[in-house]
Design a protein around this ligand. Structure first.
Ligand code: C2E
Ligand code: MG
Ligand code: MG
Length: 693
């Protein structure tokens, strides 16, 4: 620290003499000829010690220094006087305006020592000041005790944290803070460490004056006197309630799902391995339940994520309300949940719970203006019957859940080893399907659709086939669901649409009579954001007119779609495309709903046609559908027509078009022209002949 000295005297010789005297003592020396000059210097310089002559014109030394005292109280102020104005100086000393006075003439040696002492005084009081300020303003509580544990001093933070004022704390012992959460051994250890090392620090619980118990971080240090004997202890502590709360929150977040606050996979795995260890020791049984919400993605896609989130939250609530205290329900992500039953006397208990949960989830949910029906698929695996390890238990429960999905959802399945074989087959199939598009293994077959009145072929339905590596031709029923599940349907469906449009365009270019081509759309495709532009793009690329393309969407997909999708249908129709409801009659749609659907064609599902000729009830349904469709000004087409009886019945009922093996199986693209040619030669006759048998 630089030591700055200010000398004030109206006698230049005195200033000179002092300067010379102190020349080698390492001070920065400033000089002024009057009090006013001195004040001006003080404005610009940080001065520690001031020595001022007393007798000066305008302003005496004491007057000057008492001004300085008000402005710069930290300075050490000394008067130098040849006269013994004793009473003036003692007054000034008593008021604190000056620290000392020296007499003129001075003794050189004594003067140097005195000035040195003045600087030491200045530095000490600066330090003192700083320490006091730290003591008063620090956020840590500070408590000084003597060796008998009597509190000697505390700071304001102590009061803020503990609630005890200085009056209440000083003279007592830190026992006033004891919470009772630490036992005698704890304090004995603390003292042992303090005595051995002079330090102790750690976490402990104390009690505030208002009774509240709080965690604090405490550091105690022994303070030694000049002889090295401990005479005091200083304790520094901070309230770590907030920090503790944050830590707990972080720990909670690390093992819980943020959305539902259920345990997450991490915690679930942990509980499962603990439960397994326990079950192994006790030869007891446990169950893992794997639950996946049915078509949860649809909810998210169509109603938005915030609705999806609330669905998950209420499902979580329903799960926790239905399990026992010792069970764990966890969320794995998406619409997937797991439940651990750590101890069950019998596998039936898991089935009972699964049933209860299915029932609870099935209850309608009311969110905003939506009434939602959510269902779930559940798979169960049991230790020790199904697996011995946590991982395989989980995997098996997952496999069983898939089986429940395949069964149409809203049911539960116990794991069986056969499921693994199936799962493996599925996986193999999935793998080969992933490559099928790249390897050009997909192709389209075309099945003619015939107008019953004219006997003319009016369209074809494009039907997807997969020729495997081994040359096997596989029907879509076997792989479309998997394509749909894996999302592969998007690129494959795009290929189908493009291929169908190109083929139709090519036929027209080759001079064949123009035909309508029907393409099947899957649920996911229908859900695609950019469906309309994608379809229009295909038309443009192939040069096919929109009127020659028909999109088939099954009744159940249309029903699942939310109202927003009606706009998509309208846009497609507006662009000139034809729309058909496929598999009509199986989707339980209400008739009023049908009225609102902007479609051109209704395709009666094969299952009604199959028995229509023999089963009067099916015949009645077919008749009703045809009448209804005609009343609503829709075209009706019957699919799966295999026999003449069926044909003649449809003829009588006034069905517009038919499609089925009776006329043609789905044909390869190359085979269609020849078939057309044969039809052209004798269309009417062939229909009538067939119809009449
Ligand atoms: P779908 O759209 O109802 O197609 C009619 C199905 O009935 C076709 O089966 C066709 O071969 C079959 N069929 C036609 N006439 C008869 C008949 O007289 N008797 C019997 N028993 N069956 C007949 P396929 O080709 O196996 O297709 C099955 C389903 O796969 C289709 O049902 C359709 O839902 C779906 N599918 C086919 N191709 C595609 C496609 O490119 N994309 C999508 N998303 N689905 C497709
Ligand atoms: Mg179809
Ligand atoms: Mg169909």
């Amino acid at each position: 620290m630089e030591r700055t000295l200010l000398l004030v005297d109206d006698e230049p010789n005195n200033l000179k003499a002092l300067r010379r005297l102190l020349h080698n003592d390492g001070y920065r020396i400033l000089t002024a000829g009057s009090g006013r000059e001195g004040l001006a210097l003080l404005e610009d310089h940080n001065v520690n010690v001031i020595i001022s002559d007393q007798r000066m014109p305008h302003m005496t030394g004491v007057e000057f220094l008492s001004k300085v005292k008000d402005l710069y109280p930290q300075t050490v102020r000394i008067v130098l006087s040849a006269y013994s104005d004793f009473s003036v100086f003692t007054d000034a000393i008593n008021h604190g305006s000056i620290y000392k006075y020296f007499t003129k003439p001075w003794d050189d040696k004594l003067m140097r020592i005195n000035i040195q002492e003045a600087f030491q005084h200045s530095e000490l009081s600066w330090k003192n000041n700083q320490l006091t300020r730290v003591f008063e303003s620090t956020l840590e509580g500070i408590m000084i005790t003597n060796t008998k544990s009597i509190i000697l001093a505390i700071n304001p933070a102590f009061t803020r944290i503990t609630g005890y004022t200085a009056d209440e704390a000083i003279g007592r012992t830190p026992k006033i803070l004891h919470s009772g959460r630490q036992n005698k051994v704890f304090y004995a250890d603390m003292w042992q460490t303090l005595l051995n090392t002079g330090h102790w620090q750690g976490e402990l619980w104390n009690r505030r004056k208002n009774g509240e118990v709080y965690p604090e971080w405490l550091a105690i240090t022994a303070i030694h006197d000049d002889n090295g004997k401990v005479n005091e202890y200083a304790a520094l502590f901070s309230d770590i309630t907030e920090q503790k709360r944050n830590e707990e929150q972080l720990a909670h977040q690390a093992c819980h799902d943020i959305l539902t606050d259920l345990p997450n996979r991490l915690l679930f795995d942990d509980r499962l391995s603990m439960a397994l260890a326990h079950a192994q020791r006790n030869n007891s049984m446990l169950a893992v339940i794997f639950l996946d919400l049915d078509r949860f993605k649809n909810i998210n896609d169509s109603l938005g994520h915030s609705v999806g989130d609330r669905v998950l939250q209420s499902v979580a609530g329903r799960l926790t309300r239905n399990i026992r205290q010792e069970d764990t329900a966890a969320r794995m992500g998406g619409g997937e949940f797991t439940i651990l039953l750590p101890h069950i006397p019998h596998a039936d208990n898991a089935a009972e719970l699964a049933e209860k949960i299915l029932g609870a989830i099935e209850q309608p949910l009311y969110l905003d203006d939506h009434e939602l029906f959510v269902t779930a698929s559940i798979g169960i695996s049991v230790y020790p019957g199904d697996a011995g390890q946590a991982e395989s238990l989980m995997k098996n429960a997952d496999t069983a859940m898939y089986r429940a999905k395949e069964r149409g959802g809203n049911n539960y399945q116990f794991y069986t080893p056969a499921m693994n074989t199936r799962a493996l087959e599925r996986l193999t199939l999935e793998n080969s399907l992933r490559h099928a598009l790249k390897r050009n293994q997909f192709l389209l077959y075309y099945q003619p659709q015939i107008h019953l009145g004219t006997g003319q072929i009016v369209g074809v339905e494009a039907l997807l086939r997969w020729r495997t590596e081994e040359g096997e031709l596989i029907s879509p029923a076997e792989f479309i669901p998997l394509l749909e599940e894996t999302g592969l349907i998007i690129p494959v469906g795009a290929w189908v649409l493009q291929q169908a449009c190109m083929q139709n365009s090519a036929w027209q270019a080759a001079g064949l009579p123009p035909l309508r081509i029907a393409v099947n759309l899957s649920a996911r495709q229908f859900g695609q954001q950019d469906l309309v532009s994608h379809v229009l793009n295909c038309l443009e690329k192939s040069g096919l007119e929109a009127g020659y393309l028909e999109l088939e969407i099954t009744e159940s997909i249309m029903m699942d779609a939310v109202d927003g999708k009606l706009e998509v249908l309208k846009a497609l129709r507006h662009a000139g495309l034809q729309l058909a409801v496929d598999d009509f009659g199986t989707g339980y749609s209400s008739l009023s709903y049908l009225k609102r659907l902007p479609v051109d064609t209704i395709k009666i599902d094969q299952c009604f046609i199959r028995n229509a000729a023999h089963d009067p009830e099916d015949a009645a349904i077919v008749k009703a559908i045809i009448t209804l469709a005609h009343d609503l000004k829709r075209r009706v087409i019957a699919e799966g027509v295999e026999t003449r009886e069926q044909l003649s019945l449809l003829h009588t009922l006034g069905c517009d078009e038919i499609q089925g093996y009776l006329f043609s199986r789905p044909l390869a693209a190359e085979a269609l022209p020849a078939w057309l040619e044969q039809q052209r030669l004798d269309p009417h006759i062939s229909i009538r002949r067939k119809a009449q048998g």
